[in-house]
Design a protein around this ligand. Sequence first.
Ligand SMILES: *Cc1c(COP(=O)(O)O)cnc(C)c1O
Length: 352
Amino acid sequence: MELKIVEGKEKKQKPTGALGFGKYFTDRMFVMEYENGAWGNARITPYAPFSLDPSTAVFHYAQAIFEGTKAYKNQNGEIRLFRPRDNFLRLNDSGDRVCIPPVDVDFVTDCLTKLVLMEKDWIPTEPGTALYIRPSVIATDAALGVHASKKYIFFIILSPVGAYYAHGLEPVGLYVEQEYVRASKGGTGHHKVAGNYAASLKGGEKANALGYDQVMWLDAREHKYVEEVGSMNIFFVLKGKAVTPALAGSILPGITRRSILELLRSKNIPTEERLVSIAEVIEGIESGACTEIFGTGTAAVISPVGRVGYNGKDYVINGGKMGEISRMAYDTLTGIQTGVLPDPFGWVVRIA
Ligand SMILES: *Cc1c(COP(=O)(O)O)cnc(C)c1O
């Protein structure tokens, strides 16, 4: 397929204050459409709203998927992407679950590279900042019948984002949610399907109202096993081993999760992927066997956990401070992503 470049005249003012997350967007976006059984009309075009009929499928039945990754630029102007093909492979897995046709991974990776290079002046360079990349696919049949759409729009938008932690890596408080669930086996929780996030909002608001930053989600059936935290995967350091819930059908297979597992193994830190019950976590915190808890995801990379609220009681981990393994994981992974450290894993794609 050919990639067309549509130039626009208007260029936006770049933001001057704090970037925050996902508030500003660059001048251009990538778009292509699926129609008559094939993707086509691939183009880099000025960033602009879509005009869609009110009956459009995605508005009613949430047939939509997305991805999240980042481009990093250092002071020398070098630009790097982190495992971009893995995001598009996962996009296709998510699409399969909700009947969205797959994209050509090599083609869209190439289009993303071109888009990022055209928008390179938008990539911030201060420590902790990046250009957040949001690929999405939405169903665009204009009809109310509940069925898989025959038309789709795939688009990639880019957002310069600030350091996730404005005041250094601050440990967060988690609320163990025992009423609402995020995902169940056989459902869509294993995939980046838009509707999952609507389903998670209520739990998030409840946790915030109770004074916590994020939800610790338990399994849907028994409310006994830990699954994820907010929209991050979760790790526990238990008796010196880094333990994370196994991917058993209701947990999002995070690319950061996989990278951290590979990184810890390369440093000879023992890892386990298995069921982790909330009882084991609480006992571990009380006995001192659980020395660290952290979340992993593209946005924060590593989010240390200082406090867990369970059954009306607060449990403090490591005196509420970030632990050694969390710190090493954060420094090493962000170092590789930004090119400060060498990349023995072959994760980083340098594009400029
Ligand atoms: C995106 C996401 C993650 C983290 O995935 P990364 O590839 O590491 O960014 C974890 N859990 C949920 C629910 C997510 O949506």
